[in-house]
Ligand binder design. Structure first.
Ligand SMILES: Cc1cc2nc3c(=O)[nH]c(=O)nc-3n(C[C@H](O)[C@H](O)[C@H](O)COP(=O)(O)OP(=O)(O)OC[C@H]3O[C@@H](n4cnc5c(N)ncnc54)[C@H](O)[C@@H]3O)c2cc1C
Length: 573
């Protein structure tokens, strides 16, 4: 079928929903989502959303901006961080008015707690800046915004998966999507496509991300020739449940939790003497890996402990109830009485589709791609630089989701309907046919496991030229083997076997972009830490990576960082 809407937003997480609410009412807008919308990964966000409200102690947007820039190891474009920090209080009060049930202080204000890298007075001590609803902040935000989207009558297409973007004369003309329930391939004809497809942590074996986070929304524009930005910066969250990667929010340390090594030592005192366990995630993850590599893991093994025993049952029940139950369910441990085994887990992608602050996607010469927009984790506004601070993503989604929605409203008059090219669904149908008809070859699940293991082993917290070269050659050989991928289920209805195989193409392409970008950046900055180049090198590397694929060739080039208020300084905490 061909569906027609002025604006199609791909992704019904918080970025997509927030943009849709802004556009709805004036124009015909539709949301498509590969999962049922409220199952989007935004609903899994636990710890909170940052804003310098100053409800618990003095705070200011300048401190928030500074922390964001310093947390990003000075790769953050500072005009973007300024928008984020100044707009944050408005964005949080707006959420409150829409109905988000935040925790409260005794006098009825929105309660706030400490979070990694958020400080007062330009780094002097931790500050309570994270607004939260227990440890299910993303859940309540999703439910509230989805309710608002229903009230506005926004058309939602659940369980439809984008397979291709359609362009006509350089302008977006729509997209092609696969319907899970029927196996039908549909065409969406539109004047605007906005990508809000989230992260792609499934490139790694150990990750906090949802199963749906496989990155087609980033890969499809890349395959179409649009560059990707800062792909080497992959965030590992320090506290994933050992062996599983399930997230235990940084709120656990915000509420007073402590990391301990094999001899019970609070080792973060050595790495970040001022803010200790509340240092930014890249530093804490490196500290954990260093403890383990130097033999100070628990019993010499590859994990350390998160200690919440001193917080008491009441605080755990009131503020950290979800993670308390995760620990009980997955490990059979009561965090009020026992220490929790944790290890770093792939969590967030700083890199993605290059955008300006109004959500316009930027092409290879920094030109605006007419009709194409992006916001949320799939985008790269250069806001989080080389390392995102906790609670800044939920904020990014609502601040820049809204701005993108507003901009789409402004631009629409100048974006005429483009005629659809003939049979725009043909390339996708062809890919599906080939996979379904192939009789012999390798299973997608097998190739995917190899890829995830390779990335986790060779391109994670610490990197080295040698391991990155090995990773790249493994990825390229998997890409070749992908040409012969086979599936068991050849049916039409709910064929997740087929979708797994299609998603693997995106995982492979993004893994390659991450690895090539990482190999080229010969310094250590934020989440990108090279054993062979252990220092940050502002002289040569204070610049954003762009990677572009045209006619099968990968090209890497760079663009400058936008510095306004804060000159790069050594990063100590
Ligand atoms: C466990 C966990 C806890 C977190 N906690 C916090 C926190 O406390 N504070 C904070 O600031 N950040 C947190 N984060 C980060 C933050 O939640 C995410 O960065 C953010 O929610 C991403 O939102 P999004 O709207 O960009 O995408 P998502 O919420 O991931 O939604 C993506 C949407 O795109 C759709 N989609 C994807 N691909 C396709 C396709 N091919 N076709 C159609 N639809 C598609 C999906 O169906 C989905 O609707 C956490 C992340 C995780 C994983």
């Amino acid at each position: 079928m061909v569906f027609k809407h002025d604006v199609v937003i791909v992704g019904a997480g918080l970025a997509g929903l927030r943009a849709a609410l802004e556009v709805a009412g004036n124009v015909d807008v539709a949301l498509i989502s590969k999962v049922y919308p409220t199952r989007s990964h935004s609903g899994a966000a636990q710890g909170g959303i940052a804003a310098a409200l100053g409800n618990e102690e003095p705070d200011s947007w300048e401190w928030h901006m500074y922390d964001t820039v310093k947390g990003g190891d000075y790769l953050t474009d500072q005009h973007v961080a300024e928008i984020l920090a100044t707009d944050a209080p408005r964005a949080v009060y707006e959420l409150e008015h829409l109905g988000v049930p935040f925790n409260r202080t005794p006098d009825g204000k929105i309660a706030q707690r400490a979070f990694g890298g958020h400080t007062r007075d330009f780094g002097k001590a931790p500050v309570k800046r994270a607004c939260y609803a227990a440890d299910r902040t993303g859940r309540v935000m999703m439910d509230t915004l989805y309710f608002q989207a229903e009230r506005k009558g926004i058309k939602v297409y659940p369980e439809l998966q984008m397979l291709d973007l359609i362009f006509k004369d350089g302008q977006v003309a729509g997209l092609v999507a696969y319907e899970l329930a029927t196996g039908d391939v549909h065409v969406f004809h539109s004047r605007v496509v906005m990508l809000a497809t989230g992260g792609y942590g499934k490139v790694y074996k150990t990750t906090s991300n949802a199963f749906a986070n496989t990155g087609e929304g980033v890969y499809i524009p890349y395959r179409a020739g649009i560059p990707l930005e800062d792909m080497e910066f992959v965030q590992f969250h320090p506290t994933g449940i050992y062996g599983m990667g399930v997230l235990l929010s940084e709120a656990a340390r915000g509420e007073g939790g402590i990391l301990r090594n094999g001899s019970g030592e609070r080792f973060m005192e050595r790495y970040a003497p001022t803010i200790k366990d509340l240092a930014p995630r890249d530093m804490v993850s490196r500290a954990i890996r260093t403890e383990i590599l130097e033999g100070r893991g628990i019993g010499g093994k590859d994990y350390v402990h998160l200690d919440l025993t001193h917080l008491g049952e009441q605080k755990l029940a009131e503020r950290l109830s979800d993670i308390t139950s995760f620990v009980k369910i997955y490990l059979g441990i009561d965090p009020a009485k026992e220490l929790i085994p944790i290890q770093p887990t792939c969590h967030y992608m700083m890199g993605g589709i290059p955008c300006n602050v109004d959500g316009h996607v930027l092409g290879g010469s920094q030109e605006v791609v007419p009709g194409l927009y992006a916001a949320g984790e799939c985008s790269c506004l250069s806001l989080h630089g080389a390392n995102r601070l906790g609670c800044n993503s939920l904020l990014d989604l609502v601040v820049f989701g809204r701005r993108t929605g507003l901009q789409i409203g402004r631009d629409l008059a100048g974006l005429p309907w483009q005629e659809l090219p003939r049979n725009p669904e043909r390339p996708a149908l062809e890919r599906i046919r080939k996979i379904k008809e192939r009789k012999a070859g390798e299973k997608a699940a097998h190739l995917r496991s190899r890829l995830q293991e390779t990335m986790t082993l060779r391109c994670s917290v610490f990197r080295h030229e040698e391991t990155l070269v090995q990773a790249l050659s493994e990825i390229r050989s998997l890409e070749e083997r992908y040409g012969k991928v086979v599936i068991d289920n050849r049916g039409a209805r709910f064929n997740t076997d087929l979708l797994d195989a299609l998603e693997l193409e995106a995982l492979l392409g993004l893994a390659e972009a991450i690895t090539v970008s990482a190999l080229n950046r010969k310094e250590s900055r934020g989440a990108h830490s090279r054993d062979d180049y252990p220092e940050r090198n502002d002289e040569e590397w204070l610049k954003h990576t762009l990677i572009q694929k045209t006619d099968g060739e990968v090209r890497v080039f760079y663009k400058p960082v936008h510095i306004t208020r804060f000159q790069p300084k050594p990063r100590t905490y």
